[in-house]
Design a protein around this ligand. Structure first.
Ligand code: ADP
Length: 621
C-alpha cells in the first residue's frame, strides 16, 4: 500500500469525520466526552490523594483532610455518573454503527451506474471494500476508536504535564539533582516507551495487514461456501443434487494447510509488544528513582511522590497512546482511502438535469413526442463483440410495438439502453429529439414500467411487492393483481395483501411459483402506472392457459400506454400495431404481421414457419 503523507492523512481523517457525522451523528462526540472523563478521573484522584497524604504527613489539619476526602468522593461519583450516562448512549449508537457503515456502502451501490456493476475492475474494488467493511468497517470503526484514543491521550498528556511541572521546580539543594538537564532526561525516559510502543504497533500492524491480505481468498471462499451456498434456496438445491459441498471441504482443507505456513505471524506479532514493554520498564525505573531521590533529599513531601509517579506514569501512557493513535491513523486512513476511491467512482447517469414533460406521454391526441434510437451501437463493458450495431428504431407514444428475434439478437439490450441501465457506446437515444442522457435520471426512469425476464420480487408482503413501497393503496394493488390474473391466488393467501412473500424475514412467508411471481411482477408494473410499459418475455413462466389469458387481455392491461412487448413466441405478437424483427443487434424488418409474412425471404417468415411447424399453427391463422 502506498504511504500516505501527513497532509493526505489529515484530509482523509476530516472526510471520515464528515461521514461519521452524516451516518452516525453524535457517536464520535459522545465517545470523545467519555474518553475525556476516563482520563480526567484517575488524575484528579491522584492529585487529591497526594494532597491528603501531604496533609497527613505535614500539619494534619483535620478540616482540610475531611474536605479533601469528601472532594475525592464527590468528584469520583459525579465523573462516574456523567461518564456512565454518556457511555450508555454511546454504547447504543456503537452497537448500531456497523449497520450504518454498511449503509454508506449500500447507498453508493444503489446509486452506482448499472453498467459499473458489471465492470470487472469496479467489481473487484466493490468486493475489496465490502470485505474491508466486514473486517475493519472500512476504517470508519477504527476512526471512531482512534478519535476516542486521541482525546484520551491528549487529556492524559495535558493533565499529567501540569501535575509534573512542580517536580522540576522544587529544590533539593543539590546541583546535580536540581540540574535543568533532568527535564529532557526524564522526558526522554518517558518518550522512549512511547516510541518503542509505536514502533511495535507499526510492525505488528504490518504483519497483521499482510496476514489479512493473505486470507482474502479464504474469506471470500468461506463467505461463499459457508454462508451463501448452503442457505440460499436457489443454490441449495443444486448443492444437494451435485454434492457441491465437496468444494467447500477442499477450500477448508487448503486453508488449514495455509494456516500452518502463516502460523509464524503470531510469534512475530507477540514479540514486538514484549520488547516495547522492556523499554517502558527501564524508563519507569529511572523516573521513579529520580522522584524518590528528590523526596528523600527534602524537595517535597511523601504525598507528592504519589502525584509525580502517578503523573509520570500517565504521561508515559498518554505519549504511548498518542503514538498508537498516529500509527493507527496511518492504517485506517489506508482503509478509508479505499472506501473513498469507491465512493468517488463517478455516477454518469445523474449528470442530466432536464425535466421530463410528463404531459407528453398522455394520450391526449398530441402524438408529436417520440423515442428514437439514432445509429446506436453498444458493447457490454469488457465484451469484445457489439450487442447492438447501428440500430435505428423510432416509436411513437401510444403505439404497441412487438420486438421479436432469435435469442441473443439484442432485444433485451435495446430495452436496457432505453431505460438507461447502460448508455450507448456510439450513437444516441432521443426523447422528443433530445439525448436521453440530458434528462434528470430519476424523472426519466419514472416514465417506464418494466417487467424484465429476470425480474426479482422481495421478501416483503404481497401488497408491498406490488406497490414497490411500504405504504400503498390496497384497492389499487388488488386491482392490479386482478388484471395480472392473480386474484384467485390472492384469495388463498393467509393474510391477503399482507401475506409476506418468501421466508427470508418471516417464517410464515409464502413461497410462490415462478408463474405466480411473474404475475406479481406484472401487477407491479401496472401499479406504477407509468406511461411506458415494457414486457420482456412476460409469459415465459406461465402455463398455456395463463399465457393465453394475458394475450387476450393485453390491450386491457396496457390501456392507452405505449407498450413494448418482447417475445420469441411470434404468435403472441400479432395484437401489436407493429413488429420489429431483431437480428444480430439490428432491426432487419419492421411492419405488421400480415406485411411481414408477405416477405417470403424475410427472417420473420422464416421464424414464423419454424414455430408454426413446432406448434402446429397455420401460416394465415
Ligand atoms: P435477446 O434479448 O435478444 O435474447 P440480449 O439483448 O440479451 O439478447 O443479448 C444480446 C447479446 O449481448 C448476446 O450476444 C448476449 O450474449 C450479450 N449480452 C447480454 N448481456 C450481457 C452482459 N451483461 N454482458 C456481456 N454480454 C451480454
Amino acid at each position: 500500500m502506498k504511504r500516505l503523507t501527513v497532509k493526505e492523512r489529515i484530509r482523509i481523517t476530516k472526510r471520515g469525520i464528515q461521514i461519521l457525522k452524516q451516518y452516525c451523528p453524535g457517536l464520535a462526540g459522545r465517545k470523545a466526552v467519555s474518553a475525556l472523563l476516563a482520563a480526567v478521573q484517575p488524575l484528579v484522584s491522584v492529585w487529591l490523594s497526594a494532597k491528603i497524604i501531604n496533609e497527613l504527613a505535614g500539619v494534619r489539619r483535620i478540616k482540610q483532610i475531611l474536605f479533601l476526602v469528601v472532594a475525592v468522593m464527590v468528584t469520583n461519583f459525579l465523573v462516574s455518573l456523567f461518564k456512565s450516562m454518556v457511555d450508555r448512549i454511546a454504547e447504543e449508537k456503537e452497537a448500531q454503527m456497523w449497520n450504518f457503515f454498511g449503509k454508506v456502502f449500500a447507498d453508493k451501490a444503489m446509486s452506482m451506474d448499472y453498467a459499473d456493476l458489471e465492470d470487472v475492475k469496479i467489481l473487484q474494488q466493490k468486493q475489496a471494500v465490502s470485505e474491508n467493511l466486514f473486517m475493519f468497517g472500512n476504517g470508519l470503526g477504527q476512526l471512531v476508536w482512534g478519535l476516542n484514543s486521541l482525546v484520551n491521550a491528549a487529556t492524559n498528556i495535558g493533565l499529567s504535564l501540569s501535575l509534573t511541572i512542580s517536580l522540576f521546580l522544587s529544590d533539593t539543594g543539590s546541583d546535580v539533582m536540581d540540574s535543568p538537564l533532568w527535564i529532557p532526561g526524564i522526558a526522554l525516559c518517558v518518550a522512549l516507551g512511547g516510541i518503542a510502543n509505536s514502533r511495535a504497533t507499526r510492525e505488528e500492524n504490518a504483519v497483521f495487514e499482510a496476514w489479512c491480505n493473505n486470507t482474502v481468498w479464504f474469506n471470500r471462499a468461506f463467505h461463499f461456501f459457508g454462508h451463501v451456498l448452503p442457505v440460499e434456496p436457489e443454490r441449495a438445491k443444486d448443492v444437494r443434487i451435485y454434492n457441491q459441498n465437496r468444494a467447500a471441504d477442499r477450500a477448508f482443507q487448503k486453508m488449514k494447510e495455509r494456516e500452518k505456513e502463516t502460523a509464524g505471524h503470531v510469534l512475530r506479532m507477540a514479540s514486538y509488544p514484549a520488547l516495547a514493554a522492556l523499554v517502558v520498564g527501564i524508563g519507569n525505573v529511572i523516573c521513579w528513582v529520580f522522584v524518590v531521590l528528590k523526596a528523600y533529599m527534602g524537595a517535597f513531601g511523601v504525598g507528592s511522590i504519589v502525584q509525580y509517579i502517578g503523573a509520570l506514569g500517565k504521561l508515559g501512557t498518554g505519549l504511548q497512546d498518542m503514538m498508537f493513535v498516529l500509527a493507527d491513523n496511518e492504517v485506517y486512513c489506508g482503509h478509508l482511502q479505499g472506501l473513498f476511491d469507491y465512493l468517488d467512482i463517478p455516477n454518469h447517469k445523474y449528470e442530466g438535469t432536464l425535466p421530463v414533460e410528463k404531459r407528453a406521454f398522455c394520450n391526449d391526441g398530441d402524438t408529436d413526442y417520440e423515442i428514437e434510437f439514432c445509429n446506436v451501437s453498444f458493447r457490454y463493458p469488457g465484451a469484445e463483440d457489439y450487442a447492438l450495431r447501428n440500430l435505428f428504431l423510432k416509436f411513437k407514444i401510444g403505439e404497441r410495438l412487438a420486438v421479436v428475434g432469435k435469442n441473443g439478437s439484442g432485444k433485451t439490450t435495446c430495452i436496457k439502453l432505453l431505460c438507461r441501465l447502460y448508455d450507448p457506446t456510439e450513437g444516441e437515444i432521443r426523447l422528443n429529439g433530445v439525448d436521453i442522457r440530458k434528462y434528470d435520471y430519476d424523472e426519466y426512469l419514472s416514465i417506464f414500467s418494466v417487467v424484465f425476464q429476470d425480474f426479482k420480487l422481495f421478501s416483503f408482503s404481497l401488497g408491498q411487492n406490488v406497490a414497490a413501497a411500504m405504504e400503498y393503496d390496497k384497492e389499487k394493488a388488488e386491482q392490479c393483481l386482478k388484471k395480472a390474473g392473480l386474484s384467485g391466488r390472492l384469495k388463498t393467501m393467509p393474510d391477503g395483501m399482507d401475506t409476506p412473500l418468501y421466508k427470508d424475514f418471516e417464517t410464515e412467508g409464502v413461497e410462490i411459483s415462478g408463474g405466480e411471481a411473474q404475475k406479481v411482477a406484472l401487477a407491479r408494473a401496472l401499479y406504477k402506472d407509468a406511461p411506458f410499459i415494457i414486457l420482456d418475455e412476460p409469459t415465459a413462466a406461465l402455463d398455456p392457459v395463463a399465457e393465453a389469458e394475458i394475450y387476450t387481455k393485453f390491450n386491457d392491461l396496457t390501456g392507452d400506454k405505449t407498450a413494448i412487448y418482447i417475445s420469441h413466441r411470434l404468435s403472441s405478437c400479432r395484437f401489436c400495431d407493429e413488429i420489429a424483427v431483431f437480428d444480430n443487434g439490428a432491426v432487419v424488418q419492421r411492419g405488421s404481421h400480415e406485411n411481414l409474412m408477405k416477405e417470403k425471404d424475410g427472417l420473420y417468415h422464416e421464424l414464423w414457419t419454424a414455430q408454426a411447424q413446432y406448434y402446429g399453427i397455420a401460416e394465415n391463422s
